[in-house]
Ligand binder design. Structure first.
Ligand code: CA
Length: 525
């Protein structure tokens, strides 16, 4: 309390006396669907990301950072509002954004920060005054295109030639350069990569040929101990075909018959198309050869699909990493690095072949976890590894606290400051709540044929409730980090299961989670 009072007094003195405002700047770098195993700083990494790794080396890598609801729109709304989905209204990807509600960025603007969001907003309903400046990807339901995307701002819509990630970086740098330099800034640079349909930047299209990335241990998961519907969800990696793997007609074939040109190539300029064909035609010729020879069946087909998928995924990350590097360089050149908190995160993690999937949504670790790297000179010791349980709802409160602002009691997130020094105070939260609502309504199991679920995770155990089906899962993450052995019926764990059920109820009560609406009538599992 005293600290807050001093911070408010200091702010009042700054404003009245016209002294330089030395509150920290915040550069929030955000991506879409970024799996932790494709960031060099994480232990399980399969690739190198020199610029992201630099943030971790000069700051901290968070090993237990989680989202509250593992899909795009709900994750973004949870960050903006610092609240769980049931409280901010964005429970699924079709929900409409209510911009009148409390958001941390508006508060920071009111407190004297210059604020901007550039890139992927992806909420249904444009921003109004959530940020003082916004330029958001438009088209494709707010996803925008990788090539020559349209951007919408308060002034209207413009199409910009180039690669989405490069343009977002250019716009971010231009905004930084033109900002009011007497004020601290909050800049959210939000990238589309590596969201499906993954097309890397031309300079990165040619990478990673001739190497095979390691397969996840669970690529051929048989779902033996899981709830019965888990095997039936529509997110299998093996279902990926055609353009989403950049499998398409050759340049010579399109030259002979232009009607063969797929829509994603039509969006490109001729030089961009030339780059795509130069990189992908040889791979697609090889694909046809393998298929003709009957070599792409059974597990071999899944292995081939995995390599096509993960290579494009990593190539998109390569482009993203370079963009991050350009922004870090600007901070160095301008002497801003010391007083700028740099945060890298993604709206969720992603299953990159784990359990045979290429998706998110589940409370299983690969999608429930989100990458989180934070560089904060003077507060975080370089090279730190922070294992405290944090969630995306904590980001806004952390930024506000760094700015000396008070965080209102109504929000669910808590400032991360107590755990940034490497200690884990006894008072820090012991468990976290997860809720996935985008199943069940209107169809029996909703999009992806998967059910609604909720659960609780602490530092060792995870309990998941598929409440529409009265099914539970329980994992001991210490002995089973891949979640292959559901122990819900194992008497050895009955005491822990009871305790976790109590904790789930307590967290739902703490956050005022309403009763689940009933499923519509119809066929159930
Ligand atoms: Ca996403």
């Amino acid at each position: 309390m005293l600290k807050r009072l001093f911070a408010s007094l200091a702010l009042a003195v700054v404003c009245q006396a016209g002294f330089a405002d030395d509150r920290p700047n915040i550069l929030f770098l955000f991506s879409d669907d970024h799996a932790l195993r494709t960031i060099g700083a994480y232990e399980e990494s399969i690739n190198r990301t020199p610029n992201l790794d630099r943030i971790a080396a000069e700051g901290a890598v968070f090993t237990r950072s989680f989202n509250v609801n593992s899909i795009c729109c709900p994750s973004r709304a949870a960050i903006m509002t610092a609240k769980h989905s049931h409280a901010n209204g964005i429970t699924g990807n079709a929900s409409h954004w209510n911009g009148d509600q409390w958001v941390f960025s508006r508060e920071m603007g009111k407190a004297g920060y210059e604020t901007a969001l550039i890139g992927k907003w992806h909420l249904h309903g444009d921003p109004t005054d959530e940020f003082q400046h916004w330029e958001i990807l438009s088209g494709k339901g707010g996803q925008g295109s990788y090539f020559n995307p349209s951007f919408r701002s308060a002034e209207g819509e413009t199409k910009v030639e180039g690669y989405s990630g490069h343009i977002i970086t250019d716009k971010s740098l231009a905004w930084l350069e033109a900002r009011d330099k007497s004020k601290p800034f909050l800049l959210c640079s939000q990238y589309k990569a590596p969201h499906i349909h993954r097309i890397p930047a031309p300079a990165d299209m040619g990478g990673h040929d001739g190497v095979d990335f390691p397969e996840p241990d669970t690529l051929f998961d048989d779902y033996a101990t899981r709830s019965p519907f888990v095997a039936d969800t529509w997110m299998a990696l093996k279902g990926m075909k055609g353009h989403v793997l950049n499998i398409g007609p050759l340049q010579s074939e399109i030259a002979a018959d232009p009607s063969l040109m797929p829509p994603f190539l039509k969006e490109m300029t001729q030089p961009q198309r030339d780059a795509w064909h130069a990189a992908y035609d040889p791979r697609n010729v090889e694909y046809r050869r393998l298929e003709k020879a009957g070599l792409l069946t059974g597990q071999a087909a899944i292995r081939y699909t995995y390599q096509r998928f993960i290579k494009d995924y990593v190539r998109c990350i390569d482009s993203l990493d370079k963009s991050v590097g350009r922004l870090l360089e600007y901070l160095d050149e301008q002497g801003l690095a010391e007083n700028t908190i740099v945060v890298y995160s993604s709206d969720q993690g992603f299953m990159t072949g784990e359990h045979g999937w290429a998706e998110k949504r589940w409370m299983y670790e690969e999608s429930f976890r989100s990458p989180l790297l934070v560089r904060w000179p003077g507060t975080i010791e370089p090279g730190s590894e922070i294992s405290a349980l944090v969630q995306n709802i904590d980001l806004g409160p952390t930024f506000m606290t760094a700015a000396g602002m008070e965080v209102p009691d109504e929000v669910h997130g808590i400032p991360m400051q107590p755990v940034l020094g490497g200690e884990l105070p006894d008072s820090w939260r012991k468990d976290i709540l997860y809720q996935y609502f985008d199943g069940g309504i209107p169809a029996n199991r909703g999009p992806y044929n998967m059910p609604r679920h909720e659960g609780v995770r602490d530092s060792r155990y995870k309990l998941i409730s598929f409440y529409d089906h009265d099914e539970w899962e329980f994992y001991d993450l210490e002995v089973d980090p891949r979640e292959l052995s559901n122990r819900i019926n194992d008497p050895k764990y009955s005491k822990e299961i009871k305790r976790m059920k109590r904790r789930l109820n307590a967290l739902k009560k703490q956050y005022n989670v309403p009763e689940h609406p009933p499923l519509p009538k119809g066929k159930r599992h």
